[in-house]
Design a protein around this ligand. Structure first.
Ligand code: HEM
Length: 118
């Protein structure tokens, strides 16, 4: 089970790295849009996050449900924003900035809030 958790965690990190990378590569002047790195990144981060919760719940430690809930809501908003704007030629800079702030906020929640499982 520990091997599965670690493999999922690696995929989870690659997922949100792709999401944040897909956002940051568009920093500066110029039109913003939802690119494939953002689409695949949030998809992978979301699914592996849910799977990680499943693995932790199956373990014998306790899971911090409040933290999971906050991460789930932030990631769900990101998923909806990415999917709703996937086909648009360009998106407002404010939406791009909002998605970047949400993604970084979820990293902050993950790292700064006490461990998700004990
Ligand atoms: C944009 C979306 C997300 C970002 C940026 C993100 C970020 C992170 C980061 C930085 C870690 C490592 C934290 C650490 O090891 O201290 C982590 C771990 C974790 N994340 Fe996420 N996450 C996202 C979405 C989700 C979702 C939707 C869930 C589930 C509902 C989730 C559940 C977890 C769990 C359970 C772990 C701990 C894994 C472990 O240590 O076994 N994450 N996440």
């Amino acid at each position: 089970m520990e091997t599965l958790r670690l493999v999922l965690l690696i995929l989870h990190i690659l997922g949100y790295a792709a999401l944040i990378g897909g956002l940051l590569v568009q920093m500066g002047p110029g039109d913003k849009k939802v690119n494939s790195a953002m689409r695949d990144g949030i998809g992978v981060a979301f699914l592996t996050g849910l799977a990680l919760v499943g693995v932790l719940e199956a373990g014998d430690g306790s899971v911090n449900h409040a933290k999971v809930a906050v991460k789930l809501v932030i990631a769900l908003v990101l998923l909806v924003l990415v999917m709703a704007n996937l086909r648009k030629e360009k998106i407002p800079a404010g939406l791009w900035a909002g998605m970047l702030v949400l993604a970084i906020a979820n990293v902050g929640v993950a790292v700064l809030w006490s461990p998700i499982h004990s």
